[in-house]
Design a protein around this ligand. Structure first.
Ligand code: CIR
Length: 259
C-alpha cells in the first residue's frame, strides 16, 4: 500500500484569497512557497508520495486542495465549494484523482467544502458551516452510505470549517476547540483541548505515526507532544505562518489517499 498526497503550488495571486474570520495581512509569496516546500517534505517524511497538480496562478486559493474533494477508499467525491470564486479549482485536481478513484460529484445547488469533512473510522463528521449546506451534506451521505460509511452533521460556529475546530490525531483521539464545536457530537473519543491562548490550534494533520503541526502553537504543541509520545507518534512541527494568513491550516493543503 502506498500513500499518495495530492498537493498544488501556492498561487501567485494568493494575496487575493477568500477571508472570513481574519483581516487581510500581507502574504509573502516567496515565504509561502518555501513553507509549502517544507510541508511537502513533511508529507514525504510521513511516507507519502507527493503528486503535484499544476499551479493555478489565477485562482488565489487553489493551494487548499482539501476543499475540492473528499476521498473515500472506494471513490472521490468532487465538491462544489461554498465560495463561488473557488468553483473552478476542482478540474485539475479531479484529473489527478481520476488516476486512482472513480469520480462522483456534489451538484448544484448544494455546496460542500472538504475542510468541513472529518473522517473518524467509517464515520464522516460534516460541519454545517457558511460553506457547506444541508443539501451538500445529504449528497455526501448518499455517496458514502453506498460504502457503509455514516455521515453525521455537526454545527460549527465562529470559525471557517469543521476542521478549523477539530481534527483527528489518532484512531479515536481528537484535538479540538470546544468553543467552536460541541465535543459531545463526536461520541466516545479522547479529546485534547487546544490551549485557550491558541484558538486556531485545532488543525493537525495525522498520517500514520506522525502528526504534522504548525510550530506557532507552542502551548498546544507541548500538550499534544506528550500525548503523542505515549502513543509512539511523532509531532512534526513546521512553519505554516504565511498560509495561516489566508485562513489555511495543515490539513487544507493536501488530499491523502491510499493507493
Ligand atoms: C478560503 O477561505 O476558502 C481559503 N482562504 C482558506 C481555505 C482553507 N481550507 C481549509 O481549511 N480546508
Amino acid at each position: 500500500m502506498t500513500l499518495t498526497a495530492i498537493v498544488r503550488p501556492v498561487s501567485r495571486s494568493i494575496a487575493q484569497c477568500e477571508l472570513t474570520h481574519l483581516s487581510r495581512e500581507p502574504i509573502d509569496y516567496d515565504a509561502a512557497v518555501r513553507q509549502h516546500a517544507d510541508y511537502e517534505a513533511a508529507l514525504m517524511r510521513s511516507g507519502c508520495e507527493v503528486v503535484r497538480v499544476p499551479a493555478a496562478d489565477d485562482m488565489p486559493d487553489a493551494v487548499f486542495v482539501e476543499d475540492v474533494a473528499i476521498v473515500l477508499d472506494e471513490l472521490a467525491v468532487m465538491t462544489r465549494p461554498g465560495a463561488p470564486a473557488r468553483r473552478d479549482e476542482g478540474f485539475e485536481v479531479e484529473a489527478a484523482l481520476a488516476r486512482f478513484r472513480k469520480i462522483v460529484r456534489i451538484t448544484e445547488p448544494a455546496t460542500l467544502d472538504g475542510g468541513d469533512v472529518l473522517r473518524v473510522g467509517r464515520t464522516f463528521f460534516v460541519g454545517r458551516s457558511a460553506r457547506t449546506s444541508n443539501e451538500g451534506i445529504e449528497q455526501l451521505r448518499r455517496h458514502a452510505s453506498e460504502f457503509g460509511c455514516e455521515v453525521r452533521a455537526v454545527d460549527v460556529h465562529g470559525c471557517l470549517h469543521l476542521k478549523s475546530a477539530v481534527t483527528a490525531v489518532g484512531e479515536s483521539t481528537l484535538l479540538g476547540n470546544s468553543t467552536y464545536v460541541d465535543r459531545g457530537a463526536f461520541g466516545e473519543v479522547d479529546w485534547i483541548d487546544v490551549d485557550a491562548r491558541e484558538p486556531m490550534a485545532a488543525n493537525a494533520l495525522w498520517i500514520g505515526n506522525r502528526v504534522i503541526y504548525p510550530k506557532a502553537f507552542v502551548h498546544t504543541s507541548r500538550v499534544l507532544r506528550e500525548h503523542l509520545k505515549a502513543r509512539k507518534t511523532t509531532l512534526d512541527l513546521i512553519d505554516a505562518s504565511e498560509l495561516a494568513k489566508a485562513e489555511g491550516g495543515v490539513t487544507c493543503c493536501c488530499l491523502i489517499l491510499r493507493t
